[in-house]
Design a protein around this ligand. Structure first.
Ligand code: AGP
Length: 374
């Protein structure tokens, strides 16, 4: 452990708080500001010789496990929007169990912080055998996945020591957003959208600093929730991944049962769990799904649900119509970048819950940082 914790008590805490810096490093040299006659753009050196092939793919398949899978899920909508190519999601072990179809015309993108996860690596071998173009997105230069893919991008988040992945998650989303920008980069249509996202990326570290100020508020919330058995998180669109990843963080470090769910599925079963006691997080920051999340909140109020709503600054009144709820207000950014901001209060909550419950923050029981056996 050559990297020390500095002023922090745990690596997870340090890694959560250094995300403005890690994201800056992730983006360094990759965003082009443009000029009077040149459009803003993205440069990913490791991909430039393969972009034409990727653009011609019949399908893009994301493959990963755990947090890396969730990061890909967060980036899926913007990749679909900017590339126009169908994007499918594969949990590496499930792809292998099913021996799911992978074609020569596919681009398969392997997302892994360590670059050494056995399931993801085996899925890579499987995709190579099937002739797909294989792209690696890892944090570890020289890792098995980095070496064996045809091309790729390093996320450059810096060494992550806490078993719970935090800064790698936000850097992965940013890299996959830049990948979407690079793939969509030669169409005139969508230039304004791409430039708005690039502006949002430039400003993202400042917004991350702002959302990190919620640390004390999340500690107070953790005190309220410390003895709970279980919690739920509902998200949709860009923030379905936020619900899954927030729940994964709470589960793996605070050892509290938690489930992230697609809000659109609420009426198809989970609604039966709602009562005055079970804490339910609803992610309702502004994007194309906002009004649907408002209606989810109303339905949960009608069942006397115990709600904790994450919304944009100033939106508390708009989201908590029809009942009382606790609100976490976060800075708003471009919709596809919002998952980077929204996960941070949930990372902080998981961290504080773990400390209050007296569990090992950096080495949760039964878990390893890198799962190198299938
Ligand atoms: C994240 O907090 C977990 N420790 C775990 O889900 C992890 O993301 C997963 O094992 C995949 O690891 P990788 O990114 O190194 O492939």
């Amino acid at each position: 452990e050559q990297i020390n914790k500095g002023k922090y008590e745990h690596y997870m805490q340090k890694e959560i708080h250094e995300q403005a810096e890690s994201l800056t490093t992730t983006m360094r040299g990759r965003l082009i500001r443009g000029g009077s006659c040149k459009a803003k753009s993205v440069l990913l050196g490791g991909l430039k010789d393969h972009l034409k092939t990727i653009r011609r793919s019949r399908r893009i398949v994301f493959v990963g496990c755990g947090t890396s899978y969730n990061a890909a899920l967060a980036a899926r909508p913007i990749l679909e929007e900017l590339s126009g190519i169908p994007v499918t999601m594969e949990i590496a072990s499930d792809l292998l169990d099913r021996q799911g179809p992978i074609y020569r015309e596919d681009t398969a993108i392997f997302v892994s912080q360590s670059g050494e996860t056995a399931d993801t690596f085996q899925a890579l071998e499987y995709a190579l055998e099937n002739g797909a173009l294989c792209v690696g997105i890892t944090n570890t230069v020289g890792s098995g996945i980095a070496r064996n893919t045809h091309c790729g991008v390093h996320i450059n988040a810096g060494c992550e020591i806490g078993v719970a992945s935090t800064k790698a998650y936000t850097s992965q989303i940013v890299v996959m957003t830049m990948l979407a920008l690079a793939i969509g980069g030669d169409s005139i249509n969508g230039q304004a959208r791409r430039e708005a996202i690039i502006d949002g990326l430039f400003d993202l570290p400042n917004k991350v600093k702002e959302v990190l100020k919620l640390d004390l508020e999340m500690k107070e919330l953790a005190k309220l929730l410390v003895s709970e058995q279980s919690l739920l998180a509902f998200g949709r669109g860009y923030n379905y991944a936020t619900a899954l990843e927030g729940a994964l963080k709470v589960k793996e470090v605070a050892l509290m049962h938690s489930e992230g769910m697609l809000a659109g599925e609420m009426k198809h079963g989970p609604l039966a769990l709602v009562d005055e006691n079970l804490p339910i997080f609803v992610i309702a920051t502004r994007d194309a799904c906002f009004s649907k999340q408002q209606s989810v909140i109303q339905q949960l109020h009608a069942r006397k649900g115990r709600l904790i709503v994450m919304c944009g600054k100033g939106d508390a009144q708009s989201v908590c119509v029809g009942g009382s709820c606790r609100v976490i207000e976060v800075p708003l950014v471009e919709d596809c970048l919002q998952p980077v901001i929204n996960i941070i209060p949930l990372q902080l909550l998981a961290y504080h819950l773990t400390v209050l419950r007296g569990y090992n923050v950096d080495q949760p029981r039964n878990l390893a940082k890198s799962v190198t056996t299938p």
